[in-house]
Design a protein around this ligand. Structure first.
Ligand SMILES: [Zn+2]
Length: 261
């Protein structure tokens, strides 16, 4: 079988917030590495084929939740030449507020989502604030409307979206979290999203404290490594080191978008 054509993959940083490192690791953190949390959406592009992974929050949500809003994720994508109003495929890693806001800005999109994520976000655990706080009920309702409008493509577990791009259910952080695996010019790349907020969560075996099932989260790190293979890369969901380790997409996009492949 011939290899699929490679994707270009970008991380677009749209918000940030100062954190105590202890907030990012169950049991606290002895070193002060993770004292900031960055917020990203991701773009995978191959010729005219475009996949946006997550849609981020907007300025109003940033104010409500006291995050430092840098720019709309839609504007970040525009700087990479992507018009959100024309995007046809959005992969939603999970339904937390920082991953699915702004989806009204994608009027043509179909949303790729795990069955288990919508079930979780509309089910019994949402009556418990510990599980519900990172969801915005209005956004969940809007996603349910998308279901009725035929705009949600459900996946159950692993699914190939196109040659060289697939989604994989991981769970852990939420019941239906999925990650995205992409074929690139440098090999396999796995967008972990919140399967590992920081590289240190998985590298040091220290779970992030916002979690539906800790055992699933720990199993998820092994799954990420398996998906990446020996030479692949795993991109954590909120780690400021991503902006340092990868080159800016262009000189004009310094501090805004990095190229991951
Ligand atoms: Zn998140």
């Amino acid at each position: 079988m011939s290899e699929p054509a490679p994707f270009e993959v970008y991380a677009v940083r749209y918000a940030t917030v100062e954190r105590h490192a202890a907030e990012n690791f169950i049991g606290g953190d002895p070193h002060e590495a993770a004292s900031r949390m960055d917020y990203f959406v991701w773009l995978a592009r191959r010729g005219g084929q475009v996949f946006v992974i997550d849609t981020g929050f907007n300025e109003a949500a940033a104010r409500r939740r006291r995050r430092d809003f840098l720019r709309s994720p839609v504007e970040g994508l525009r700087l990479l030449g992507i018009d959100a109003s024309l995007v046809e495929d959005v992969i939603v890693t999970h339904l937390h507020y920082d991953h699915i806001g702004n989806f009204d800005r994608f009027p043509k999109a179909r949303f790729h989502l795990q069955d288990r994520e919508l079930a979780y976000a509309t089910g019994r655990y949402m009556a418990t604030p510990f599980f519900a706080w990172a969801y915005e009920v209005d956004e969940i309702l809007a996603m349910v409307r998308n279901v009725y409008a035929g705009r949600v493509r459900f996946h159950d577990g692993d699914a190939q979206i196109a040659a060289g791009i697939s989604v994989h259910h991981i769970g852990g952080h939420t019941k239906g979290l999925q990650v995205v695996r992409l074929w690139t010019r440098t090999g396999w790349l796995v967008l972990a999203s919140d399967a590992s907020h920081y590289a240190a969560n998985m590298d040091e075996g220290r779970p992030f404290p916002v979690v539906a099932d800790v055992t699933e989260m720990v199993d998820g790190w092994a799954r990420l490594r398996e998906l990446a293979g020996e030479t692949g890369r795993i991109i954590p969901g909120h780690d400021p080191l991503v902006m340092q380790h990868y080159p800016a997409a262009s000189a004009a996009l310094e501090g805004i978008a990095v190229r991951l492949d």
